[in-house]
Design a protein around this ligand. Sequence first.
Ligand SMILES: Nc1ncnc2c1ncn2[C@@H]1O[C@H](COP(=O)(O)OP(=O)(O)OP(=O)(O)O)[C@@H](O)[C@H]1O
Ligand SMILES: [Mg+2]
Length: 597
Amino acid sequence: MNHDLAPASTLGVLATLRRGVQVSPQLVEGAVLTVVLAVVAAVGRVLVPIAVQQTIDTGILGAAGPDVARVATLAALAALGLVVGAACSAWVNVRLFRSSEAGLLALRTRAFRHVHDLSVLTQGSERRGSLVSRVTSDVDTISLFVQWGGIMLLVSVLQIAVATTLMALWSWQLTLLVWVAFVPLVLVLQPLQKRVNARYGVVRERYGAMLGAVSESVVGAETIRAYGAAARTQGRIDAAVGGLRRAMVRAQNLVSSVFASGVLVANLVLAVVVVAGTYLGVAGHVSAGRLVAFLFLVQLFTGPVQMATEVLNELQNATAGWRRVLGVVEAPVTVPDPGERGHASPRGPAHVELTGVDFSYPGGPPVLHGIDLVVPAGSSVAVVGATGSGKTTIARLVARFVDPVAGRVLLDGVDLRDVRDGDLRRRVVLVPQEGFLFDGTVGENIAYGVRSVAEGGSAPAAARAAVDALDLAAWVDELPAGLATPVGQRGEQLSAGERQLVALARAYLADADLLVLDEATSAVDPATEVRIARALASLARGRTTLTIAHRLSTAEAADQVVVVEAGRVVEHGRHDELVVRDGVYAAMHRAWVAQTR
Ligand SMILES: Nc1ncnc2c1ncn2[C@@H]1O[C@H](COP(=O)(O)OP(=O)(O)OP(=O)(O)O)[C@@H](O)[C@H]1O
Ligand SMILES: [Mg+2]
């Protein structure tokens, strides 16, 4: 999907785990004590079979006849062992849970922060969304393993080891029998577990598809209603829900049969041990107490073996998830900040120059070819051209949301790649074609970028200043609650023109040296149009401006017009010069005049 952006890392299982632990060292903090506690817990569990064996062989069948006091002592010891073991295993759970939560917190934070670094660049919002969901669901897979699987694996392996040791001390023949009976079970379970996982993979996929279908229908409700597509949409949701149900049933069916056959084999082994043990007992090789104790041990052994095979598969899922998250965390930032090594860029009139700039989006065809463009300090340049000709891309390059593939973008003679990011963001502000409004009030949205407000300053005061400076007071007073009017999610309670006004006021407060304006394409009523034009004029005063102009009136007012066609500059000059030159711009102008008359 977005392999060009953040390919999954290609490390092996062990290397992935090692790398994962490097990224989240909290995962293994205090691991030594945890393992010691787990050993105590496993030994505590084995005390019961030992007590059973001792009770039978020395307490009941002892040479001196039944010894009730000894039986009572053994029972008390076994009980104590169980309590201590249980306490230790509870403690192990708590410790593992703590360390894994701390580790995952670190991983999540790091991954999301990195997604944010990546997302300022070329990523469209869907890609960003899929990155976020990738990180979310993959971290969940990892968390399933490090919390549940990790505990189980540790406890299981220890229990298998302790039980096997004890069994081997009592009867190597029976121990061999148990192992031989279990090897085939493990061999059969392994591929079955893989199929279970594959079916759960389908379940997850369908779940995602269902969420997608549902959320699209909610977000696109207006379009769906407008085109009378409700039935069709409902059909798609029904299909997605049905698909999810079928996948779940298929997965559950397999799980049930795998589980049932595991239980069956475990009990068969128990039966074989009883028969073989009795035979060995009759032959004098195994005492009655050891035989009975063995039955307990077999159970301490079979449970963990099944558990361990399941966990091993869980481990594979977790490593796959880990690889993908590491791929995100380690994806290089495409617009790296030179930091301290970079040039400081002091405030003042900004001079911008593009020389021989080529650009293509990752994995896409070339979009810009050899762009040369100069915006002298304090002047205004308008870029015009057909839709898709590359105007917004030029704006993104100038604001360094992306870096050119060839050529350079210079701010006061310094390549943008060498300018410290903090300075760059203070000096250059891009007002995007569709500015994003956050759920809140008009005032809060205007004051969004203001540092002093972010640090607790007064939003209304800052917003009011911007409104007055851009001559928008009349508009604000018409709003139902003035600056306190809520804008709704993404500003949907405002009209398109009002959203533009908010975006302009926001840009005013950013107080940049270079303003990069990507004019909105949406048409607005004449009154708002006038307001926007006036606000733009005040906003541009005293600054260098590069405007992506969709209205030729903007181009007309600019000092210089640059005409772009299919990613190339085909004409540049003053508006009136271009109009009489009878080229691309003159044709655009004639069409515009004819339309506005
Ligand atoms: N994020 C992106 N990823 C890949 N390709 C992109 C991306 N954004 C734009 N493009 C492609 O780059 C080309 C130029 O797009 P751009 O947005 O710069 O055009 P534009 O001149 O601003 O158009 P409009 O007037 O419609 O805003 C188009 O062919 C577009 O498909
Ligand atoms: Mg555009």
